[in-house]
Ligand binder design. Structure first.
Ligand SMILES: Cc1ncc(C[n+]2csc(CCOP(=O)(O)OP(=O)(O)O)c2C)c(N)n1
Ligand SMILES: [Mg+2]
Length: 351
């Protein structure tokens, strides 16, 4: 399957029917979403390095895949995210404070999935795909025309749950759109060790409509997701989109990607940066001006200040609280671990 693309890396718009709907207003809005997401992401990374967060997983490089897809569906379509979908979360109005609290360890999750139509982050790989299918079955029974979108990674596609979800969705005709951000890596495992045939080809075997899209082209992602979402909404059955993108940062702040991938690879993907690409179009078409750039810079700076402020205002986590929510009724094993941890913790106080 050929990769669907609307915007070439040099910022040229391709001759495609979908390009006719591309205008200054749309491009500016998508550009703003991506710039703000990148700012939040880099501030959160810095805060982790300063000891303010326990962990952070960057979405650097994946902004187009997330913004293009979430902006293509309706605000009341339910989304089941993975754990690095910060750009998508921001588009759903989830605040910096809500996004950071979980990674500071002060909350089990950050937001109300019903209010934002956006589920809590799921760290158990591919579990959210089954949640999405189950939810979509409920939507179908409710008789509404909502659809469900779920994000997952290339590595997650190897989980049994992903394949069960594809099959279940296809056989019950669930109104669900599976959106894979193929960012080339699952921690240190490359996609070559993940699948023998490209993911979008697997879809056909399950009976899912499939598209392969340039995930660093926000306009193509948006157009492809709109097409898929409309078909799902019309009742044509579930669909899968594979968006080719790149995780430009490490897997998480606990990872050192220089141990397993080359600087040359990163340099190549830098030339395909999704934000630079859209900026080139804005400049080429003269859809940007000094005021737009200055306003957005100021908005991003204000967001950066806000991210730092809300993060530092969050309380320090109580490590002992981690034992409270393991099992609803407790267990001798958890009790033992709680006591061992308390003794360990107290040993520092004695020192
Ligand atoms: C069921 C399960 N197995 C293993 C892990 C450990 N783990 C966390 S992230 C990750 C890699 C996932 O890669 P991918 O699905 O491509 O998503 P990406 O991190 O690249 O966004 C692994 C193996 C986990 N969280 N859940
Ligand atoms: Mg991946």
């Amino acid at each position: 399957m050929e990769t669907y693309r609307l915007l070439d890396p040099d910022g040229t718009l391709r001759d495609d029917p979908a390009a006719e709907h591309v205008d200054a207003e749309l491009c500016r809005a998508l550009y703003r979403d991506m710039v703000l997401a990148r700012r939040l992401d880099s501030e959160a990374y810095n805060l982790q390095r300063q000891g303010e967060l326990g962990l952070w997983l960057q979405c650097l490089g994946q902004e187009a895949a997330q913004v293009g897809s979430i902006r293509a569906i309706r605000d009341d379509d339910q989304v089941f995210p993975s754990y690095r979908d910060h750009a998508a979360a921001m588009c759903r109005g989830i605040t910096a404070e809500a996004l950071l609290a979980q990674w500071r360890g002060v909350r089990q999750s950050g937001w109300d999935p019903a209010e934002h139509h956006f589920g809590i982050y799921t760290l158990v790989l591919a579990a959210q795909l089954l949640h999405a299918v189950g939810y979509a079955m409920g939507v179908a029974r409710d008789g509404t025309d909502e659809i469900v979108l779920t994000y997952f990674g290339d590595g997650s596609s190897s989980e049994g749950e992903a394949n069960e979800a594809f099959n279940w969705a296809a056989t019950v005709h669930a109104p669900v759109l599976f959106f894979c951000q193929n960012n080339q890596w699952a921690i240190s495992t490359p996609t070559s060790a993940q699948f023998g045939a490209p993911l979008h080809r697997r879809a056909e075997g399950f009976g899912l409509a499939a598209q392969l899209v340039d995930g660093n082209d926000v306009l193509a992602v948006r157009a492809a997701t709109q097409r898929a979402a409309e078909a799902v909404r019309r009742g044509e059955g579930p669909a899968l989109i594979e968006a080719t993108t790149y995780r430009m940062a490490g897997h998480s702040t606990s990872d050192d990607p220089t141990r397993y991938r080359s600087e040359a690879e990163l340099d190549h993907w830098r030339t395909l940066d999704p934000i630079d690409r859209l900026r080139r179009l804005l400049e080429r078409e003269q859809w940007t001006d000094e005021a737009f750039v200055a306003d957005l810079d100021a908005e991003a700076d204000a967001l950066g200040t806000e991210v730092r402020r809300v993060c530092r205002a969050l309380p320090d986590p109580d490590p002992a609280a981690m034992f409270a929510h393991v099992l609803p009724t407790g267990s001798p094993t958890v009790d033992h671990q709680r006591e061992a941890y308390a003794a360990y913790s107290a040993s520092f106080e004695e020192d």
